[in-house]
Write a protein that binds this ligand. Structure first.
Ligand code: HEM
Length: 142
């Protein structure tokens, strides 16, 4: 092979290599940074948790000490119902203290989120103006 032909082969090789490297670099740039596990979990208010009652195809979640657990696949929680009329979709932090098994049953359950306090509408009153707002008149209106 002549020197020129060798140069050409190397040129093509370098161009292909550079192109592949650039594609990889661009892909790296679009990747999301890893998120800490607790950050990627959902937050549930008690009202939102209530929907996860194990009925009508909904998953069955229970909260204990602000941690929301998935009991959908637990036999003892079939249809979101447990012993003594206990139901999924609730905060059962107090009830579990009275159970024969205690909190040890929680350690193998999937954690799906955290229970957070509900922010009530009137707690925003601190930022709403004290004065009553008068309805604005349209231009030309008396
Ligand atoms: C998350 C909140 C939970 C609460 C508040 C709770 C509460 C209770 C209570 C009060 C009983 C006694 C019923 C009776 O006296 O007949 C009981 C029994 C039982 N629970 Fe739970 N439970 C919870 C979670 C679980 C989970 C996640 C499992 C399974 C993974 C489980 C499995 C059982 C079983 C097998 C029994 C009957 C046997 C026993 O007495 O240990 N429970 N539970």
């Amino acid at each position: 092979m002549s020197i020129n032909a060798k140069r050409k082969v190397w040129g093509v090789f370098l161009a292909v290599f550079t192109a592949i490297a650039m594609i990889y670099a661009a892909d790296e740039g679009t990747k999301q940074p890893p998120v800490a596990e607790h950050d990627s979990l959902s937050q549930f208010t008690i009202e939102q948790l209530a929907k996860f009652n194990g009925k009508n195809g909904n998953p069955a979640y229970v909260a204990v000490d602000s941690v929301v657990y998935d009991v959908t696949k637990v036999k003892a929680w079939k249809n979101g119902e447990h012993k003594r009329g206990l139901k999924a979709g609730n905060d059962l932090s107090q009830q579990i203290l009275k159970s024969p098994h205690g909190k040890k049953v929680l350690k193998n359950l999937p954690v799906v989120g955290r229970l957070v306090p509900t922010i009530k509408a009137d707690s925003a009153s601190a930022v709403t103006p004290k004065k009553e707002l008068k309805p604005q008149k349209a231009p030309g209106e008396k």
